[in-house]
Write a protein of this length. Structure first.
Length: 329
């Protein structure tokens, strides 16, 4: 009887570490998560990643020899070929950390490293909203904005493995400063952190708004979700903030639709939970700004996998590498 390998997928985020044992058809056999606690430094975080992997192996009743490979999705930028991190913004102190090597040594299992947004894109393509689609753009809109490109059925990496930085396309040349150092990036205009920042500016300026009430007068408590809640209650200022951010997001998506001519745009991340307040404007602006043929071809849909996109995608990255001789080493 043919041996069907189990894979471990690990999704490393700035806030949470998620791990899962995944079988050969993409079913999650065991799942676990824990806090990243990035302020404790790389070694402590990597130890927690290894512990999370061991925990899900134990839950699944697997010995180390029964796991064929490990896939890790990590915030970028990364040097995927070398398996190292290159100072991710959400992981302070992670410059040139040999993440792939350290996980592989800690678990004794061949390991592959991938950008976390790319991994989530691959997860949605293989197991979620993008099943059966060859041309897909995945966008995650949360604290930041990331993404991945599926072109001709394959995850696209680009010349140096860093393609798909959708959040750092320039939308407004003289716009607000982005965390990457550029101005007017999509992330600086339409992410959850951008929406919260704009709301804090409005509240601080003294403009009457329910945002201040919902935050109990504490601007540090203002989040994109709180702004969306205020908009749902009919607050005019909250509506304006969301509308402006979604206009920018739609503009960014229209450019990508013109550039890549996808059949599907999949949007995930925490901000996608506001539903039609996001999807309605994005679809409308794509129709307005993209060429007719490209706009008509591109369906815009919510991601399906939620928090599991990253671990499933990371497991698929490892599976692909396994059957190509662990090819990113």
């Amino acid at each position: 009887m043919a041996y069907e390998p189990f894979i471990i997928g690990i999704d490393l985020g700035g806030t949470n570490i998620r791990a899962a044992v995944v079988d050969h058809i993409g079913e999650i056999i065991a799942y676990g998560h824990r806090q990243t606690l990035a302020n404790e430094g790389p070694r402590a975080v990597i130890d927690r990643m290894i512990d999370a992997a061991r925990e899900v192996m134990a839950k699944a009743g697997l010995a180390q020899c029964q796991v064929a490979a490990v896939g890790v999705g990590s915030p970028g930028p990364l040097d995927i070929e070398a398996g190292v991190t290159l100072s991710p913004a959400t992981l302070p102190g992670w410059d040139r950390v040999p993440l792939r090597q350290l996980i592989e040594e800690g678990l004794g299992i061949p390991t592959t490293l991938e950008n976390d947004a790319n991994a989530a894109a691959l997860g949605e393509h293989c197991f979620g909203a993008g099943r059966g689609v060859d041309h897909m753009i995945y966008v995650t809109v949360s604290t930041g904005i990331g993404g991945g490109l599926i072109l001709d059925g394959t995850l696209y990496h680009g010349a140096t493995g860093m393609a798909g930085e959708i959040g750092h396309t320039t939308i407004l040349a003289d716009g607000p400063l982005c965390g990457c150092g550029n101005r007017g990036c999509l992330e600086a205009l339409a992410s959850g952190s951008a929406i919260a920042r704009r709301a804090r500016e409005i509240v601080t300026s003294g403009v009457p708004t329910r945002i201040a009430n919902l935050a109990n007068g504490n601007i540090d408590l203002i989040t994109a979700k709180l702004v969306a809640d205020a908009a749902s209650e009919g607050d005019v200022e909250a509506e304006k903030i969301l509308s402006e951010a979604m206009d920018y997001l739609g503009t960014g998506m229209a450019s990508l639709v013109n550039l890549f001519n996808p059949e599907l745009v999949v949007i995930g991340g925490g901000l996608a939970h506001i539903g039609e307040r996001l999807f309605g404007p994005v679809r409308h602006i794509i129709k307005q700004r993209a060429f007719l043929a490209q706009a008509q071809a591109a369906r815009v849909v919510p991601a399906e996998l939620g928090d599991h996109a990253g671990v499933l995608g990371a497991s698929e990255v490892a599976s692909i590498a396994l059957f190509h001789g662990m090819g990113n080493k």
